[in-house]
Design a protein around this ligand. Sequence first.
Ligand code: CP
Length: 371
Amino acid sequence: MSKHSILDQLYGRSMLLTQDWSTAELEALLTVATRMEKLDLKGKMPALLPNQLAYAMFFDNSTRTKSAWAGAASRLGMQPVIVDGSSTQVSHGETAAETGAMLGMNSHALGVRHDLILGEGNSFMRDVKDGIDSYLDATGNARKVPIVNLQCDIDHPTQAMADLMWLREHFGGPSSLRGKKIAVSWAYSPSYAKPLSVPQGLIMLLTRYGAEVTLAHPYGYDLLDMPMAAAKQNSQESGGSFRVTHNMDEAFEGAHAVYPKSWGPQALMLERVEANKRKDNAGMKDIEQRALALNAQHRDWICDESRMARTEGGKALYLHCLPADIGAEVSAGVMDLHKVNVAREAQKKVYIIMAMLAVAKVQGLAEKIGL
Ligand code: CP
C-alpha cells in the first residue's frame, strides 16, 4: 500500500496507544511530521485547519506537551484551548463519556493527559472518545474529533514518537535504529513517584525498529504486563531484541543511546489506585512518601560520567523526556553536555502533534503539504 493511501486511511484516527497503529501507519505519520518540520523551519507551513478548535484537557502538570499542543494547533491554523481537568465536573463525578460529548460538541480535536492512576488514564480516553462519537452519530454530524493521548497510565505516544524522530535524525535515517543498543533505565528521583508510561511507551515503540533494547530497573519497579508483552512481540517481529536487567551498569555497557529516568514502584502505584477510588487523600500522601523512601534505597541509579564511560566509545546519546532531576536521575555534567540534544528531542513533539492532528483531520493531506 502506498504512503498516500495509508494517509487516507488515517483520516479520523485517534492516537490512544502507538501499539494500536501498524508500523506502516506510524511510518506515514513520521513522514508527515518530517515534512511539516521542513515547511515550518522554512516559514512555509500552510494553515490547514483554520477556524477549528483544538481542546486539550490536562489532569496533571505539563510544560512541554502543553506548549507543543498549543504550538502545533496554531501552526495548523487551529485555535488551541487548554482545559484544566481538575477544575472540570469530572471531579464531581461527571463521567468520561459525558465529558467527551460536551467537549466534542464544541471542538475539532481533543488531547487528554490523564497519567497518574494506573488502570484509569487510557480507559478514560477511550470512554471520552465513545462519548464524542456517540454524540456525533446521534446528531448526524460527520465531523471527526480525534483524541490524542498526551500521556496516560500505559503510554506517552507524542513523547515516544518525538524520541523516535530524534533518534532517527541523530543516527541517520529510518533504518538507523537496526542493531543499535538502547538502554531504557530506571533512575533515582527524590521529587515524586513518576508515571510508568514513558518507559512503557519507549519499549513498545523502539522494539519495532530492530533495535536491541535493554530495560533496566531495581527489583520492585516492574512495568505493566501489556507493554512488556508488546515489547517482546515487537522485537521478535522486527528482528531486534528485548531484555530486562536489574543492573544499570550492565544496561549501559556498549549502549549507543541511553534513556535513564525514574518511575514509581509498581506495588505502591497499584495501592494508589484503591486509595484514589476511596478519595483517601491522607492514604495517597502516605503512599507517595513510601514510594519516595523506596526510591531512596537506589540513589546509586544515576546517569553520571562513569556510567556514560561504559557506553559505546563513551559517547552514547543521552535522552530524557524532561524535566529531569539533576543530581539524582542525571549528573549536572552529563546534562550540561547533552542540554542541546534534549532540547532538540523535546522540539520534535510539536511536529509529531501537528502530524497526528493533520492526518486525522485533513483530507488530501499529501497534496496539500507537497508529499
Ligand atoms: N516530557 C513531557 O511530557 O513533559 P511535560 O510533562 O512538561 O509535558
